[in-house]
Design a protein around this ligand. Sequence first.
Ligand code: GRF
Length: 208
Amino acid sequence: MRLAVLVSGTGSILEAMLGRDLPVMLVGADRACRGLSIAHDASIETILVGRDDWVASGTDASGRRGFDRDGYSCDLARRLAGAGADVVAMAGFGTILADSFFAWGSGRYRGRVLNTHPSLLPAFPGWHAVRDALAAGVSETGCTVHMAIPEVDAGPMLAQQAVPVLDGDDEAALHERIKTVEREFYPATIAAFLERCGQERILEGQPR
Ligand code: GRF
């Protein structure tokens, strides 16, 4: 199974995946970011599919030019498939993928996209999961690995791990504690998922 990783940020989860010898054959990004440099340094092929190239025609209610999410998602799927990716792991990817991503090529990526999220879903979905957990005053949060679907942080969950919130935590400290867990937990969950996909392929008589 050929694995592509999507990044937008510091790429520390990607680094952990590479340290675990996951078969990452491609790294994609929606903006220039450290994740692309990590891939480059590891001699992994990269693609930059910039959001700025996908400006929607017309403006939204507040007069801003919109983002052509459907067009972007479709193009990203086409480029990942063109490079031969079978499974996609999002690792801090900052663009919500529309259904056109999952539907591309007769649904090539349905059930084939994983994500890690820094909360115990269904609690605290969305961009500010760590901040929201702190604001809610919970004593425990964590991370969730789930299948990605067009609805944000709502796909079937594969695994979760709790992380304590400690006195004096700010958003950065708590997020780093969660990421320390994600760097172990996400690669291990991906490895198990790839193994399962490979076995299904064998049962279907396809090459692994
Ligand atoms: C992780 O906490 C992940 O759950 C979230 O983005 C963060 C990525 O961290 N979606 P990094 O860019 O790999 O350091």
